[in-house]
Design a protein around this ligand. Structure first.
Ligand code: GDP
Ligand code: IMO
Ligand code: MG
Length: 430
């Protein structure tokens, strides 16, 4: 029995939420280990749809423990709003079912203000962040001035830290023409929510260690995707955390040996939201069709996602850099009815053929995809629940992807619904 880490293998929105929800029936604990409420994970269970940003996708199952690890940046107001939201949908959330790491850093309103002011100043060069303060909050964590969950229990320390933090950031905000923030007002707001947040706070590593020794199965839920990773992504058009499965260990306080099977969630085509290089992007009819059929609108910001063909170079790189054992191929049904499909098998750059995406920013914007064309399928794969229901050409497409990315398909998803999933290889028993 191994634990499983679910991570995105492209630029996010690959269907991690759906897959984690499905897999969580086989797990005891679901752990978020990085990112924050920039994530938007959609779960469709019959006629109910859940959109989760901070809460682990196991939260909808009554008997599972949900954990928000130390690697996550937590906006406490967003957390409380989300708890209320899922409660209104009939989900029970209590300090017994949800635990947040007391050493996790908080996102405060100042971080959102900085995020937005910076994006505005960047103008045409904007990253297209979610504006949720993710980057500035991680910066403060690394700069050792972050306010952490445990600080909410220590008002004198909290005040000193808030004063220090705002003194530091108000210089920038006022220089950018934004309003300075008042530490007294901030303290009033923090003291109001502290009693609502603290009951969930605890020592996550100890809890996970106990569960592990009791033989419980842990499912780690990544946010974003490999190409948004702070080191291996399309820097600087990335998020501010390490999105790879390796971070599941550091981001929750468990050793690297605890992460067994790494399941890379991969769309059968490619999307990206926000700015940055995207070699296989289709701005014409193909992109429009993929976007319409795949309903490609951001869960968090509602922005239209950019769409393009499957990029096997990029996914192969995500598999190698992230140690992905096998992939879950999602949204295969969106490709139903395409006469031909294209797969990017290499890049051309300055007369050379490349089998990786270069790290240099200018080169990332210049690479030209080399495509291989494949026959599409007229039949519907939507809602298929067994391999036998798939048309032969769809199987050929899947097999070719496996060859190109050098990893097997462990799971296949054929609609947004939880149950429209085909298990090829159980990651928990692998
Ligand atoms: P995440 O951020 O990786 O959890 O993905 P999102 O939830 O942001 O975006 C994925 C979208 O695709 C959601 O609207 C899902 O309901 C939907 N989805 C997931 N799997 C499938 C699938 O196999 N087919 C179709 N058509 N939609 C899917
Ligand atoms: P899930 O977990 C897709 C993108 C933003 C922007 C960049 C930096 O749903 O897959 P940030 O606010 O993190 O500083 O923005 O990262 N981004 C995502 N794109 N899915 C996500 O999460 C994302 N989270 C951040 O659009 O380009
Ligand atoms: Mg998403």
């Amino acid at each position: 029995m191994s634990n499983v880490a679910v991570v995105g293998a492209q630029w996010g929105d690959e269907g991690k939420g759906k897959v984690v929800d499905w897999l969580s029936s086989r797990a005891d604990v679901v752990v978020r280990f990085q990112g924050g409420h920039n994530a938007g994970h959609t779960l469709v269970i019959g006629d109910r749809t859940f959109k989760l940003s901070l809460l682990p996708s196991g939260v909808v199952r009554p008997d599972k423990l949900s954990v928000i690890g130390n690697g996550v940046v937590i906006d406490p107001w967003a957390l409380l709003r989300e708890i209320e939201q899922v409660r209104s949908q009939g989900v029970v959330v209590t300090p017994e079912s949800l635990m947040i790491a007391e050493n996790a850093a908080l996102i405060l309103p100042v971080h959102g203000a900085i995020d937005r002011a910076r994006e505005q100043a960047r103008g045409a060069g904007a990253i297209g962040t979610t504006g949720r303060g993710i980057g500035p909050a991680y910066e403060d964590k690394v700069a050792r001035r972050a306010v952490r969950v445990c600080d909410l229990a220590d008002p004198p320390l909290l005040r000193a830290k808030v004063e220090d933090l705002l003194a530091h950031h108000n210089v920038f905000l006022t220089a950018m023409g934004a309003d300075a923030l008042d530490p007294d007002a901030m303290m009033v707001e923090l003291e109001a929510i502290a009693p609502q947040v603290l009951p969930y706070a605890g020592v996550v590593w100890e809890r996970l260690d106990g569960l592990r020794r009791a033989g419980k199965r842990i499912l780690f839920e990544g946010a974003q995707g490999a190409m948004l990773d702070i080191d291996h992504g399309t820097y600087p058009y990335v998020t501010s955390s390490s999105t790879l499965a390796a971070n599941a260990a550091a981001g929750s306080g468990i050793g690297p040996g605890a992460v067994g099977f790494v399941l890379g969630i991969t769309k059968a085509y490619t999307t990206r939201v926000g700015a940055g290089p995207f070699p296989t992007e289709q701005t014409g009819d193909v992109g429009t069709l993929l976007g319409e059929r795949g309903r490609e609108f951001g869960t968090v910001t509602g922005r239209k996602r950019r769409c393009g063909w499957f990029d096997a170079v990029l996914v192969r790189q995500a598999i190698k850099t992230g140690g992905i054992t096998g992939i879950a191929l999602t949204k295969l049904d969106v490709l139903d009815g395409f006469e031909t499909l294209k797969l990017c098998v290499a890049y051309r750059h300055k007369g050379r053929e490349l089998h990786h995406l270069p790290y240099a920013q200018s080169a990332q914007g210049q690479v030209e995809p080399v495509y291989e064309e494949m026959e599409g399928w007229g039949e519907s794969t939507q809602g298929a629940r067994s391999w036998a229901q798939l048309p032969a050409t769809a199987i050929k497409y899947i097999r070719r992807i496996e060859e190109l990315i050098e990893a097997p398909v462990a799971l296949l998803s054929t609609s947004p619904d939880r149950d429209d999933t085909i298990l090829v290889r159980d990651p928990f028993v692998d």
